[in-house]
Design a protein around this ligand. Structure first.
Ligand code: DGY
Length: 416
């Protein structure tokens, strides 16, 4: 593996996707600032330009709404190549935006940056109140019985995961205005969500927009309210990191400690004994999804270990060499190339791997890191990968894959 060449290719991707203060995921398919993409991009940018990495997160937080939510897309500049754009969303923040959030990686990214760039302490301190307000928004509007739920599949970041199938099937997408997708102009439709998914995605956008994105009403009445293990563990991790930031910055952390206790208890409620795994739960119907996904495998990242999850990990990684598939290959719903129904995603490998190393699964974590390095080294900086063949899928020259390479997978990131 030519580490120097791959390192410089990854840096070139992140620089090429820089639009001035924020980084797009990839040109064409995703031409705006996406929330969790941006936080991961910052980890990669920090390896060659820490000052610019701080800016990435400052730009993200500058789109925060009054009630604390940080939107999943910030539409800094118009781009007709993406649908649905700012006019469809009609967000209510200081910058044109969507009306939902995305997995909160920012506190984790800021703690990561501060550890590598202590000179950024003032910038971390300036970002802290916004992070605290965003986490408080999650605990107020996205927490039921300790479980973190999403009100749109896009909020989870795992758009078409089987976790949402039951709740999506219950929606009759009547009254969706005629629309034309743009994603399939850029990427093979077989690698993307289906039309049935898109009809419901748009129906849910209309639902939120029609009630002016009233957060309390959405939390209570949305026809789609699904507790998400991926979101749950990412928030739990980020809340622990927020607590560490509070300590480093001399801030009070009592409220944050309370959230951690709530989320630890909520994780127990996500355990599905029939599946022997952490699983999504439909708050409206009371049904579990019965899906072992790479969201389930983020338990260690959230600081929670279970022998049953270790057993699944051993079985799944023995079958597939490239890291964690987005769905158990033994599940009849598995599709190797369709987005979040099978493919491997480098950022999920990174989070799971970091969590495993923290929780003492060192050999497994190192195997996952090396498998991710081989996958990227042999197949490029794709959006995601076929977990059976390793073939690249989705968009190319992808920021978060480049960032995962630089921050974690590359031998150079390990001092080697
Ligand atoms: C998309 O447009 O596919 C995005 O995932 C929505 O966030």
């Amino acid at each position: 593996m030519d580490t120097d060449r791959l390192d410089s290719e990854a840096r070139a991707i992140l620089k090429g996707n820089d639009r001035g203060g924020y980084t797009i995921p990839t040109a064409g398919l995703y031409p705006y600032q996406w929330n969790w993409d941006s936080a991961f991009s910052a980890l990669g940018i920090a390896t060659f330009d820490p000052a610019r990495a701080w800016t990435e997160l400052e730009t993200l937080l500058s789109g925060q709404w009054d009630h604390g939510m940080v939107p999943h897309i910030l539409f800094h500049r118009p781009d007709p190549g993406y649908f649905p754009g700012p006019d469809i969303w009609a967000g209510r923040g200081p910058i044109a935006s969507s009306g939902i959030t995305q997995p909160p990686v920012a506190a984790t990214a800021i703690r990561w940056l501060l550890a590598r760039d202590p000179a950024g302490r003032d910038r971390a301190a300036a970002l802290f109140p916004g992070l605290l307000a965003w986490h408080r928004w999650f605990m107020t509007y996205r927490c039921a019985g300790g479980r973190i739920f999403v009100t749109h599949p896009w909020e989870s970041g795992r758009d078409n995961a089987p976790d949402w199938d039951g709740a999506m099937a219950a929606i009759d997408p009547v009254g969706v205005a005629p629309y034309r997708r743009r994603d399939t102009d850029h990427v093979d439709a077989a690698m993307r969500p289906t039309k049935a998914d898109y009809d419901r995605y748009l129906w849910l956008v209309q639902f939120g927009r029609d009630i002016d994105w009233n957060a309390a009403q959405i939390a209570r009445d949305c026809p789609f309210r699904v507790a998400d293990p991926g979101m749950h563990f990412i928030l739990l991790r980020a809340t622990r990191d927020l607590g560490a930031l509070a300590a480093a910055l001399g801030q009070d952390s009592a409220e944050i400690c309370g959230w951690i206790a709530t989320l630890e208890a909520g994780a127990e409620a996500l355990w599905n004994p029939d599946l022997g795994a952490f699983d999504a739960f439909d708050l409206n119907s009371g049904a579990r999804a019965g899906a072992l996904t790479n969201g389930s495998f983020l338990c260690w990242y959230g600081g929670i270990d279970r022998p049953g999850m270790r057993a699944h990990l051993a079985r799944v990684t023995a079958a597939l060499p490239h890291g964690l598939p987005s769905l158990d290959p033994a599940d009849p719903r598995f599709e190797a190339k369709r987005y979040w129904r099978g493919p491997v995603w480098a950022v999920m490998n990174l989070m799971a791997g970091i969590g495993m190393a923290d929780m003492g699964l060192r050999a497994e974590a190192e195997a996952l890191r090396q498998g991710t390095a081989r996958l990227i080294g042999e197949n490029g900086f794709a959006e995601y990968f076929d977990p059976v063949t390793g073939a690249p899928a989705g968009g190319g020259a992808f920021s978060w894959t480049a960032a995962v390479w630089l921050a974690w997978a590359s031998p150079s990131s390990q001092g080697g």
